[in-house]
Design a protein. Sequence first.
Length: 234
Amino acid sequence: MTTTYLWTPPPVRSLPVRGRSERLPVNRLFFVGRNYHAHAVEMGRPVDKSVEVPFYFTKAPSTLVESGATVAYPPGTQDYQHEMELVLAIGTAGFRVSEADAPRLVYGYACGLDMTRRDLQLVAREKGRPWDLGKDVEQSSVVSEIVPMPQRVLREGALEMSVNGAVRQKSDLSKLIWDIPELIADLSRFYHLQPGDLVFTGTPEGVGPVQAGDRIEGRIEGVGSIVLHVGKAE
Ligand code: MN
């Protein structure tokens, strides 16, 4: 018997894949906290890898937006900020995988923007509250087309982003504190990673505010580029 619903269920969230007609169905959205030293310092929380482990937050897959979109300036903030990041797409399931085995889980990579209500994130951080209001923002997980690179580990590549043509963030993937195999191994200690899970690997220094009317453009060497237009507040 066909299942019927009271109303139309939400669509499967998906992304285009370079060179393929099939789209990549998205499962979960994971985000790595501080993963570049210079960004950790600008946020007032330096990282000592010898005694710390990565930390994560998640956003609902419904926050996913494709590169090229125009998104409204979100409600409840005076400080909406850009965070340009490498996005890892998981293509093979894995649980408690070793760093040596971790590349097996890689499907490919994309450019991503982890858009953030910074004022609300910082209030939450200071008060020890969950980050959801700051991070799980509607239309805040922006991703480019996925570039298939099965089982490949990206260890270097220039990352750069600009707002209205002025460079704001400029770094290199070689500066990731926890690299791709380390992130996969660590995250798989807590989650059964699944095909379609996306991992935003953290942003370098230079995060900052955007305004209605801004055009955000970013690129990662060897991966591709991403564009986002910020519209008026609703
Ligand atoms: Mn981020």
